[in-house]
Design a binder for this molecule. Structure first.
Ligand SMILES: [Zn+2]
Ligand SMILES: [Zn+2]
Length: 203
């Protein structure tokens, strides 16, 4: 968990409390400077912030233990995040389960989504990997049902509750729908499909 949270801007919840009690502090040596324009900041920012001089984003490059390493630009933060995500995918492919690989692929899709880029192919790859890991064709479970959320978008509502054979699911890839608009209630989830497959058990 710690590794995942370090990827996404530091510990949250219980982790945050723990690190506060350990009194982790920003490095005191040197001066906090904007990585873009060199403007001297009064202190090391405790979160991502905009430089008061050049108005560019200043990110905190945090190591896996949650310690601040240095201040970086938006682009450096982006590059760092993706090198970590790609390394995570490689190690998971080598030593993790197929479920783990599906999870990391979904994480990749979510990051691409958050960056406002086209994440459909990646999200589908995550779904496909998940199906193959959990319910491989020819296995005990032959049919799958789509479940979603109460506030899922109209495109998702169309497919929620539908049952597919495993083969059909892999071929048709009905989730995420191509025209998914995500949550109808939460704007930050606009375009992010939260539908998933569950095994259909016959009575
Ligand atoms: Zn600046
Ligand atoms: Zn949707």
């Amino acid at each position: 968990m710690r590794f995942f949270s370090s990827l996404f801007g530091g510990p949250k919840g219980a982790d945050r409390k723990q690190s506060a009690s350990r009194k982790k502090r920003a490095p005191h040596e040197g001066v906090a400077k904007c990585p873009s324009c060199g403007h001297e900041l009064e202190k090391f920012p405790r979160a991502r912030r905009k430089c008061p001089a050049c108005k560019k984003w200043i990110h905190r490059h945090v190591d896996r233990a949650g310690n601040l390493v240095r201040l970086v630009t938006e682009q450096q933060a982006q590059e760092h995040k993706w090198s970590e995500l790609n390394a995570l995918l490689e190690t998971t492919k080598k030593s993790g389960s197929k479920h783990d690989v599906a999870g990391v692929l979904r994480l990749h899709a979510l990051e691409v989504f958050k960056e406002g880029r086209d994440h459909l192919a990646l999200a589908q790859k995550a779904q496909r990997t998940q199906i193959l890991a959990s319910w491989p064709p020819g296995g005990i479970i032959g049919r799958l049902r789509i479940i979603g959320c109460a506030d899922s978008c109209p495109a998702c509502q169309e497919v929620i509750g539908k049952v597919f054979t495993v083969e059909e699911a892999l071929k048709e890839m009905p989730i995420p729908p191509k025209n998914c608009t995500g949550s109808t209630k939460r704007p930050e989830q606009h375009g992010w499909c939260r539908c998933c497959w569950v095994p259909e058990i016959d009575d």
